[in-house]
Ligand binder design. Sequence first.
Ligand code: ADP
Length: 617
Amino acid sequence: MAAALTLALTLALTVLPAPGRTAPSTAQGDDTAAASNADQRDINAHAVDAPIRIGVLAYKGPEAVQRDWSRLRQWLQTRLPGRSVELLDFDQAGLTGAVRARAVDFIISSSGHYAMLEQNDGASRIATLASPWSASPQLAIGSAIVVRRDAPLHTLAELAGKHVLAVAPEAFGGYQIAARELLAAGVDPERDLDRLQFSGFPTQQILLAVRAGRADAGIVRSCLLEQMIRSGELGAGELRVLAPLPHPGSSCQSSSRLYPDWPFAALRHTAPALSRQVAVALLTMAPTADGYSWTVPSDYGSVDELFHELRIGPYDYLRQWTIETALRRYWGLLLLALGLLVLWAVHTVRVEHLVARRSAELLAAQQRERQLADEAQSRQATLDHTARLAILGEMASAIAHELNQPLAAIGNFARGMARRIDAGRTETAPLLEGANEIAAQSERAADIMRKVRALAQKRAPERRRLDLGAVLDEAVALFRAAHPQARVNWQAGAPAPVLGDALQIQQVALNLLKNALDAQRSTHAAAEAPLLVTLRARGRDWRVCVRDRGCGLAPDEFVRLFEPFFTTKAEGLGLGLSLSKGIMESFGGTLSVRPNDDGVGLSVCFTLPNLELSETP
Ligand code: ADP
């Protein structure tokens, strides 16, 4: 490019007005001329003899700088009479150093390097190069990723795992532009390549190395390949640009988007008047035959965008992971996270508070429930006791009568024995028989009393393994003792194991027997009929029925049978059946009433789970 520029400038020198000549006579031209004169005075007043030093990025080596830009030097010298113009070549770091040391007044450098200098060192562009290779100075510089023509590489993504040469990490066209494209293609050049090697200036050596097979691909400024082919340094069919993008109007192939061309920039310490004069000189340089010229400064915002995306240059800090960068970069997310954390904390505290409150409420409710259950249990126990006492009360005269019999028998035997002794008839055998009879009768009386006492006891119900047959035996015996005139048909059979409270089950059985007897007595016809008590296995239960031939029940009485305090008897409490039902249900059983099949009397039955069957699954 610079060789072509030299040629262009040579031509321009022949086309443009001679130094010192007046500018074209337009209004703008007059202004320029006036400014020119003022600037000239300004410059003369400051440092007439000091040379104007232009620092140039020597991307093709130091000799190329003097060769390629010497015509520009001459042109400026012509336009700034009395001042000599020097071209100083630098690599990128050297040029940055020269700017900082104020060793140069102007710079010509790559767009990327310029963007850095603008950001950090106050460089300010006064013109942008317009090259014949591109359609516009704004879209002129790209990267060419060059591979051998026959290389099996067709997309940028295929460069993963390959050996790639580039100019330098800070080279704009020679690395950074291509790095952005590689990242976009999913290849992180710092991580995904087999090897990324930087060879420095001159950049031509990169393409020569690729041609020689010392690397799979080389990253260079776009147009370098075309220039080297034109100058004969490379053969036309040896290398090609990988994945070229369409850039209408551009005569060089690029594997990347395009950025503004090189700028000509003044520096912070450059005298403004001198900058203005140089700018005017550059802009008035006519396009050369090859089409090179300087034009108004381009917008280098797209370069800044690239820096930001790659996190380099002014955005290098984004790569360093410090609290500050994290805050700067992720403050939005951090704020959101903080907000969520606060919400979560508030939510947790609230939930804990609610849980504590609900737990306390639950505990209080449980305590209340337990208290109510205790109260209900004690009421039930009182009711049970009352019912048992009621049964005993009803049986009291019968029991007294029953007790009278053994007592009378004891009295008779005792008197008989006394008479025998009085009469001197003291044979052992009859006396022994009398004594045994007295003992048997007193045993019988004690047995009745024991059962009555047990029934009269007030105590909490138990849940024990029992033989239902034996419990019924006791109940029937007690009933018979209380009602000697009543006939009860009952035959104990094989053991019938159940879980329950013997006393409560006896209470139920006595209640059913008493009701049955009452029902039969209310109809004279059946007063003497036997009450039938049966115990049978039924499904998984034992079933006990008390069958009578009594008065039965009217349909409206049937419905109310289990209501507490429902009674048809003058002395009745109306609690027997409702309590009996509750007792059976508390042991997992049932209580039911049905008329007998022949329509005479009722069968009142209860069931209890057969323990043998409920123990075996
Ligand atoms: P009570 O015997 O104190 O009246 P129960 O609860 O034992 O209380 O009985 C309620 C009512 O049910 C009795 O008054 C009676 O009318 C009726 N009843 C109970 N068993 C029979 C039965 N075997 N035959 C006819 N009626 C019965």
